[in-house]
Design a protein around this ligand. Structure first.
Ligand SMILES: *[C@@H]1O[C@H](CO)[C@@H](O)[C@H](O)[C@H]1NC(C)=O
Length: 205
């Protein structure tokens, strides 16, 4: 979209005042890119699931469908839709990893049905499983099942980055986000759960 010249010039002083965007915020991490590729691949599997079949369930269709399901033709159709032609980094990653994806599709899919786990965590080692963080995929504070007691975000969760510490949601504090901030009271607390409620939300009667 093109702005009229006068309007564009008017914006210039504003643009100069904006701080430069930090490089890290602009550039997706290898894990983000891998996850994006896997999301598109999974979508491609959905899109091709019943392609070219009328749903007539004839014996011929059943037989051909089951052949197509795990065929190289279907793989190629999925790969074709994976990257926009203008997305250089996506295409670069795809080119480098095509053989991995083909091996998974043809041989490993039944043993490792979760493509994200197999591809991004186990094979490329650019991500971690949910609830784990850092170069060695250690468990987040509070455990990988419910990091930060379910009341915060674990730094680096699902990536090879971060330190596993908790950034607590509003109302919570403490290393495991089990304590209540000032102005909040504990409405439930047992071994695993802690719920803090804002005093302002209590209705006056
Ligand atoms: C703690 O409370 C939560 C939420 O009410 C409940 O689901 C959970 O079973 C409780 N756990 C224990 C150990 O009592």
């Amino acid at each position: 979209m093109r702005l009229p010249r006068r309007a564009a010039l008017g914006l210039l002083p504003l643009l100069l005042l904006l701080p430069p965007a930090p490089e890290a915020a602009k550039k997706p991490t290898p894990c983000h890119r891998c996850r994006g590729l896997v999301d598109k691949f999974n979508q491609g599997m959905v899109d091709t699931a019943k392609k070219n079949f009328g749903g007539g369930n004839t014996a011929w269709e059943e037989k051909t469908l089951s052949k197509y399901e795990s065929s190289e033709i279907r793989l190629l159709e999925i790969l074709e839709g994976l990257c926009d032609s203008s997305d250089f980094e996506c295409n670069q990653m795809l080119e480098a990893q095509e053989e991995h994806l083909e091996a998974w599709w043809l041989q490993l899919k039944s043993e490792y049905p979760d493509l994200f786990e197999w591809f991004c965590v186990k094979t490329l080692k650019v991500c971690c499983s949910p609830g784990t963080y850092g170069p060695d995929c250690l468990a987040c504070q509070g455990g990988s099942q419910r990091p930060c007691s379910g009341n915060g975000h674990c730094s680096g969760d699902g990536s090879r980055q971060g330190d596993g510490s908790c950034q607590c949601h509003v109302g919570y504090q403490g290393p495991l986000c089990t304590d209540c901030m000032d102005g909040y009271f504990s409405s439930l607390r047992n071994k695993t759960h802690s719920i803090c409620t804002g005093k302002l939300w209590v209705s006056r009667t």
